[in-house]
Write a protein that binds this ligand. Sequence first.
Ligand code: 5U1
Length: 670
Amino acid sequence: MPNQMIKQKIIELSNILGEYNYQYFVLDTPSVPDAEYDRIFNDLLQLENAHPSLRSVNSPTQKVGGSVLGKFAQLIHKKPMLSLDNVFETKALKSFMDRAIDKAECSSIAFCIEPKLDGLAASIIYENGILIQAGTRGDGHTGENITENVKTIKNLPLKLRGENIPDYLEVRGEVFMNKTGFNQLNKKLLDAGEKTFVNPRNAAAGSLRLLDAKITAKRPLRFYCYGVGICDGQLENSHFKRFEQLKQWGLPVSCEVKLLSGSEACLDQYQTIEQKRAQLDYDIDGVVYKVDDIVLQEKLGYVSRAPRWATAYKFRAEEAVTIVDNVVFQVGRTGAITPVAKLKPVFVGGVTVSKATLHNLDEINRLGILIGDSVVVRRAGDVIPQIASVLVDKRHLNKTKQIIFPLKCPVCDSALERIEQEATIRCLGGVFCLAQRKEAIKHFASRKALNIDGLGNKLVELLVDHELIKDPAQLFELTVRQIVNLPGMGKVSANNLIHSLQHSKRITLARFLYSLGIREVGEATANNLANYYKDIEKIKSASVEDLQSVSDIGKIVAKHIYCFFNQETNLAMIDHLISLGIHWPVINSIVESELPLSEKTFVITGTFSGMTRNAIKDKLQRLGAKVAGSISKKTDMLIAGEAAGSKLIKAQDLGIEIIDEQALLKLLNK
Ligand code: 5U1
């Protein structure tokens, strides 16, 4: 066959498959048997294999995954990816609808009502109808580039079909795994002796974050659009009609989406979807209500990170009854003793739950719980399961026993202390306590601290249990010979670990301070400390009063920091780390003044549409700025979002420069 004819045939077969995919995935009405689809697919594959130069990157055969990535690159969302406000009862939903109706100044408006999928939000960009980029939501501003993985999603076209396709179209929606696919995947993993996923959401998240898209291609991922981000074409002025447009372009939308008006019909739709929930082949955790009229949406605007024109009416947290088999006591990084109820495994909210935190002694007393009791376990979303109540009527006195809070540390036998007015009881063993030691090392190696690749929690446990390390510094003295024979290790992983330990020695002062695990010193406080002192020696010698000059550090945190740096063992460990090569060049120390916002003090107030206050604070601090909690003569600039109050007035009184969110974005981009 001449090349021109082959090319023509390839286009013809691709178009047929594109149409079949559209009928199957978008219209939900398969038009040919699977065998016929497979026959044409194989014909196309054979032609392309025989003539690779004629294969298009958007061919239906190309959903197989490309090259393996080292890591995901970051991408910036041109328009922030917002989250959704939640309501949990009809009254709150009615208030939401009434506010929108008030704003519309008419008696009734239409709402677009959609199931809320329990998946992962993604932004997908088509340029001239071709899928060119996909990203995770991330913090709403910056996400990860997951294009290669998203391209393998079966119901998502690589090329749009139909007419009037915009030159630039960003669709937003949810990546998820359907229940059937999830069960099949878990069966396969189980048969292969591999770890299974606890629920479809985790399976979707895990599959989307694989660096090898060829493996992602084998995972049953799906996508449903929930809106448009940026588009330079003509779009309808109705959210619902936009879904129709997206469908015509071949993009998948859940067939449960409805356009309704009148509060009764809208409220009924919640019941309808809730009743359907178990039959749907995908997990949902609520129903989303959106004002349909786009002009009215714009009029309603945003509050904080969520639009005022949409809300999610979440399903009630799922509950189940089970029995408390035992209560054990865990020792955390700072010595806090946490009672944990071991439960008879029970399926709730999509996962099997076998333990629930009891928080502290006060909570045990509040619940009046005994070992052997029947309890109601509640699980909402990703949160740790809680014990909602004890079914006292079901209690058999001869089958229950008191929970005895230990008098000594259950791990190291050291004394325990309860500080007045604190609910927590702590072990006083410090680093001599094996549990605290392990947790301290896990924290030191964790992502926000030294981010040591290949050093997970299990390996830390092994290293401590085999007495290879006693503190974080000793990590850097490990040799390949010492670790190569540990369970799960081998030559390659041992070498890799030693390599990444070497790599992790160069960090910022802020990260180093965070990694030390000082009580109440999280990422933000560590940043503030590093920006203020710039030199660890100055922090070591700072008094409790000095430390309180740092923004957002009060007396209690100052005391924790002071105590930490006045303990010989801690100072010796820091010296040891430095002698082993841990260092923090440039950014947080010597040339801090070269950072664009160093020497500047900012205050943030009000709410912002695209970023949380914490995210803004983090971005400013990375540029060297100090972020204070209140306005004073020392403040250089106030960043005022919506509904700014007294801080705005005070800043105006003091003649301090005030900027809004747009100006802030410009400043950050500069
Ligand atoms: N169905 C649906 N899910 N969902 C999630 N719609 C929807 N809309 C969202 C989100 C975060 O956000 C827009 C309202 C901005």
